[in-house]
Design a protein around this ligand. Structure first.
Ligand SMILES: NC(=O)c1ccc[n+]([C@@H]2O[C@H](COP(=O)([O-])OP(=O)(O)OC[C@H]3O[C@@H](n4cnc5c(N)ncnc54)[C@H](O)[C@@H]3O)[C@@H](O)[C@H]2O)c1
Length: 245
């Protein structure tokens, strides 16, 4: 059987997370060879493990060349890793600010900067960034997180425009709430039972439930595929009909 990603090589960051695991599994099930990047990568089924810390500039700069060498090519990069810092600016520490900028903005910048010449030389490629609905419109009480996701959305639009002539399509997915460790640990930190809190959230979504990781991974895989060949700099909101309020 032929798959959409036969003979394609992909790098996925945040590959051990909720959405990341779903992306890796879907890309591989459709034929891609996948290099996975995360703090811990053991146990993820893949063609190459590239563990490391995205706050390390050198690690970010080397990820694309390492993936290229390990896989024998690089056609798709998914900048999916992210951290969420909660609170208004008045409660945001210097460390939170630096970490958010580093993982959510600087890492995708460095990784994309390295990917683009590699892809251009091969005749093109796809870069997909995981932004957020909260990067397109401000969500409550997460000022710095929203700012970083807005920066990533803007970077996506700029790169989408600047590199279309090299047949490199850069787009972003912007999810609303997704049932992953990111959202569940947030509830735990606030002393809430995650299952109850998610049931409450489900009731706020017109489609009747918050997203599962696969709902987002499927859109990311569409953006990584030839089906999205004419999309450049798009920000695709995937929200089950729920606006940011
Ligand atoms: N879950 C949601 O509701 C939601 C909504 C909108 C956008 N997003 C975005 O989706 C993406 C994936 O998040 P998720 O929900 O799967 O969360 P997750 O916490 O399950 O996964 C995030 C992954 O990023 C990795 N990561 C974080 N910091 C890192 C670092 N310094 N170095 C290397 N890896 C690092 C983590 O180890 C983790 O595996 C993120 O960019 C997030 O901001 C999530």
């Amino acid at each position: 059987m032929t798959g959409r990603f036969d003979n394609q090589c992909a790098l996925v960051t945040g590959a051990a997370g909720g959405i990341g695991q779903a992306i890796v599994s879907r890309l591989r099930s459709e034929g891609a060879r996948v290099a996975v990047a995360d703090v811990q990568t053991s146990g993820i089924e893949c063609e190459a493990e590239l563990p490391g810390d995205l706050t390390d500039k050198y690690y970010c700069d080397q990820l694309c060349p390492s993936a290229f060498n390990a896989l024998g090519g690089l056609d798709i990069v998914v900048n999916n890793a992210g951290v969420i810092t909660r609170g208004a600016v008045t409660v945001t520490t210097d460390d939170d600010f630096a970490l958010s900028l580093s993982v959510n903005v600087e890492a995708p910048f460095r990784i994309s900067r390295a990917a683009i010449p590699i892809m251009a030389k091969r005749g093109g490629g796809k870069i997909v960034n995981t932004s957020s609905c909260w990067g397109v419109r401000p969500g409550p009480d997460h000022a710095v997180y929203c700012m970083t996701k807005a920066a990533l959305a803007s970077l996506t639009q700029c790169m989408g425009r600047d590199h279309a002539h090299q047949n490199i399509c850069v787009n972003a997915v912007c999810p609303n709430e997704v049932d992953t460790p990111m959202i569940r640990t947030g509830f735990e930190i606030r002393g809430l039972d995650p299952d109850t809190a998610i049931a409450d959230l489900n009731a706020t979504v017109p489609l009747g439930r918050i997203a599962q990781p696969e709902d987002i991974a499927d859109v990311i895989c569409f953006l990584a595929s030839d089906d999205a060949r004419y999309l450049c700099g798009a920000l695709i909101e995937v929200n089950g009909g729920k606006p940011v309020s």
